[in-house]
Design a protein around this ligand. Structure first.
Ligand SMILES: Cc1cc2nc3c(=O)[nH]c(=O)nc-3n(C[C@H](O)[C@H](O)[C@H](O)COP(=O)(O)OP(=O)(O)OC[C@H]3O[C@@H](n4cnc5c(N)ncnc54)[C@H](O)[C@@H]3O)c2cc1C
Length: 501
């Protein structure tokens, strides 16, 4: 016990995975745990903001699959952060496979509003193809390298049979709807295009039962409650880690030296939780010696893209009272594309849907637009006024109502956040489960004679099934803390002393 208490552990990053790792270590009796956080706040991609009087989520929005197996749900329940509806057994039992059945309103670029039934059979076919895309991970084989090509090829084949009695105008509109659905999938996956999402690994992502729910007081409540149970002063803010020197021989006691701008900290173990986007950009400066090649290749193969939100508030709604999602279908997009050719001129075409914030009594008339990819990254470079003007023009065009004017607009800018460099991870082309294994593998790798578990890796991108989620990040933090806990349970105090001499 005394040995475990003496071990120096540094956690890099104070997002949910870093907080979870520190929490677990402190609870297990580690006395020397520090979190170094580059920014001025904790939470990372769990970030609650304000739009006027409303609480809005700049980052994570929902608990995906709020049911017993989901640790974020269990914590949120423990800290009393959820509405009764989210806690109900009925809500927990609903299994929607990651696609909640929201009530839609559909608007077209000519200003027409479609009936929900017009969408239904296209949506069914699309859902069927996503299901089939998921099967390759367990069945093996990969008829196409990416999800986008698979979906396009199958629609072409199946539409010839299924839609043979449909007139050309309706058929073309359905293909335009497919473009819209592909763009929405880009947002869900955090990818620029579904042509960049690997088909064989797409099904590695697993969903949990439960109808997605939100936090009435903000997602950050989970982080704040966990932080309140940590000793004060454990986190150092505005402390970006520049280099993790592992296999370090300069100090005899500690094998790792963590270098910040003005301070170097000696440690026995470092848990790195920086986002994959940051790792892709800065790995060569961040690790000395560099990451082993197989790990680096997985960092490069795994995808990390941008998905942003644009919140728009109105004095009165222009959608139906029961509407939960608004789809915008461009009628010139029957080529099943999810990328915009001229981004500076037409980036707004990638904004494919708005979700309506509910309940109305709490939020008023606020909706959240979703935009992914390079178009989203370009949007981040524009002024708030330019974004507001373009969004206003879009809504006026699709509703055919030239008087609609937003009251307030707020957008996220995850790509230009220097400590995130995008939104979340997805399996890129050529990825397999092995890449996720490689990403989470501690350094030095197995078989090395050096001191084990010098550098450990947590964060959403390291979870084998729940990557891109808050629960995946949380579980990864616990996983790496448990790795250290069991290491110290299996190493006897005398062995541990020897390895330090
Ligand atoms: C727009 C958006 C919507 C999302 N929606 C959902 C959702 O509805 N449901 C869901 O489950 N998930 C959602 N997610 C994903 C979820 O937010 C993340 O998976 C999760 O929060 C990641 O946690 P993390 O600890 O792995 O990383 P992060 O939260 O990114 O934490 C990493 C921390 O490391 C810090 N850092 C980076 N570099 C350094 C350095 N050099 N030195 C020190 N510190 C450093 C960062 O500042 C950050 O605080 C969404 C994400 C985004 C962006």
């Amino acid at each position: 016990m005394a040995v475990k208490a003496d071990a120096k552990v540094v956690v890099v990053g104070c997002g949910i995975s870093g907080v979870a790792a520190a929490h677990r270590l402190v609870s297990a009796g580690f006395h020397h745990v520090r979190i170094l956080e580059a920014s001025a706040r904790s939470g990372g991609r769990v970030k609650t903001g304000r739009l006027g009087d409303n609480i809005v989520e700049i980052g994570a929005n929902w608990i995906h699959g709020p049911s017993e197996e989901n640790p974020v749900f269990r914590l949120a329940r423990k800290y009393r952060l959820l509405d009764p509806e989210a806690l109900s057994p009925e809500n927990q039992a609903m299994d929607v496979g990651g696609h909640p059945p929201y009530v839609p309103n559909i608007f077209c670029s000519s200003g027409r509003k479609l009936n929900a039934e017009d969408l239904h059979c296209t949506q069914e076919l699309f859902a069927e193809l996503l299901d089939e895309s998921s099967n390759f991970a367990s069945q093996g084989g990969e008829p196409w390298s990416c999800v986008g090509d698979f979906i396009r090829s199958q629609i072409q084949q199946r539409a010839a049979e299924k839609w043979k009695d449909i007139n050309a105008t309706t058929r073309s509109l359905r293909l335009c709807m497919i473009s819209n659905m592909l763009k929405l999938e880009c947002s869900i996956n955090g990818a620029h295009s579904m042509d960049e999402v690997g088909l064989g690994a797409y099904g590695l992502y697993k969903t949990l039962p439960g109808l997605d729910c939100t936090f009435p007081g903000g997602y950050e409540g989970v982080v704040k409650n966990l932080m309140a149970e940590l000793p004060s002063g454990l986190v150092a803010y505005n402390q970006p880690v520049r280099c993790v020197r592992w296999n370090n021989t300069e100090t005899r006691e500690n094998p790792v030296m963590v270098e910040c701008d003005e301070e170097s900290i000696a440690a026995d173990h470092v848990i790195v939780t920086v986002p994959l986007g940051y790792l892709k950009k800065h790995h060569s400066a961040l690790f000395h010696p560099p990451l082993p090649l197989h790990k680096l290749h997985s960092v490069q193969r795994l995808g990390f893209g941008t998905n942003n939100k644009i919140f728009v508030e109105f004095d009165s709604p222009w959608w139906d009272a029961d509407c939960e999602v608004i789809y915008l279908v461009w009628e010139d997009e029957d080529d099943m594309v999810d990328q915009v050719p001229d981004i500076p001129r037409s980036w707004i075409k990638k904004l494919c849907a708005f979700t309506v914030l509910k309940p109305t009594e709490r939020y008023g008339h606020v909706m959240c637009g979703w935009i992914a990819g390079h178009e989203s990254e370009f949007m981040e470079t524009l002024s708030e006024q330019e974004v507001t003007l373009t969004v206003t023009q879009l809504i006026r065009r699709f509703t055919g109502n030239p008087t609609i004017t937003p009251k307030r607009v707020l957008r996220s800018q995850w790509f230009h956040d220097p400590w995130t460099c995008g939104s979340y991870s997805y399996p890129g082309i050529g990825c397999s489960a092995q890449d996720l294994e490689n990403l989470m593998e501690p350094l030095p790798t197995k078989g090395s004679q050096s001191q084990p578990l010098q550098v450990l890796f947590a964060g959403e991108a390291t979870h084998p099934h729940y990557y891109s989620t808050v629960h995946g990040a949380l579980l990864s933090g616990w996983r790496e803390a448990d790795r250290l806990v069991s290491h110290y349970s299996s190493v006897s105090p005398s062995e541990r002393l020897k390895s330090n001499l």
